[in-house]
Design a protein around this ligand. Structure first.
Ligand code: SF4
Length: 177
């Protein structure tokens, strides 16, 4: 039997209702591609880091925050609850990335949901605490994606927002293959 290439996709893009608000973000082009054309060549692995670390659906929103440790003033990127900043999911998301790669060591590519604090790739709002509260200061990647790329820098990655035409989808999938 022909060996399939593993490609992971944010579960919400495949129509799974795993978002914080209980909704999904089905991406028809991506879904169609894997259901039809590449069915024989690609093993699609759906994943949702926030559900995997036990946050549940629906769940309170989280955000990526640049913070400074009291002791040495070192910068740190953390993922904290939007309403309750004492809830810190950074270590859980990092561990999930490690476990994910242990489970799928041969993974070649990943398609992720833009702007997500877990899944985004260079499109996720980065906040920091200022006198008037948390303010966005930049864009970054979601913590799960940051951790994944640190461990596997050659992973091919695309956000769904870059795959808005059939030709863009085909170009990415062919690179993965
Ligand atoms: S963007 Fe990522 S963490 Fe958020 S619902 Fe989709 S798969 Fe889950």
């Amino acid at each position: 039997m022909k060996h399939k290439v593993t490609l992971a996709v944010s579960a919400c893009l495949l129509g799974q209702r795993v978002r914080y608000d209980g909704r999904q973000k089905r991406h028809s082009l991506i879904v169609k591609l894997f259901e039809n054309q590449f069915f024989d060549q690609i093993e699609v692995v759906p994943f949702c880091p926030e559900v995997a670390i036990g946050l549940g659906v629906p769940r309170p929103k989280i955000q990526v925050v640049k913070s400074y440790t009291e002791k040495n003033k070192n910068e740190q990127i953390r993922v904290l609850g939007v309403e309750n900043h004492r809830l810190d999911y950074t270590d859980s998301l990092k561990s999930y990335a490690e476990n994910f790669l242990m489970q799928f060591p041969d993974i070649k590519g990943i398609i992720v949901k833009s702007k997500s604090p877990s899944c985004g790739f260079q499109s996720t709002p980065l906040f920091t605490k200022q006198a008037e509260g948390y303010q966005q200061i930049d864009l970054t990647s979601g913590l799960f994606v940051q951790s994944l790329l640190r461990l596997k820098p050659d992973l091919l990655i695309s956000e769904e927002s870059q795959l808005d035409t059939e030709s863009a989808c085909l170009t990415f999938v062919n690179r993965v293959l």
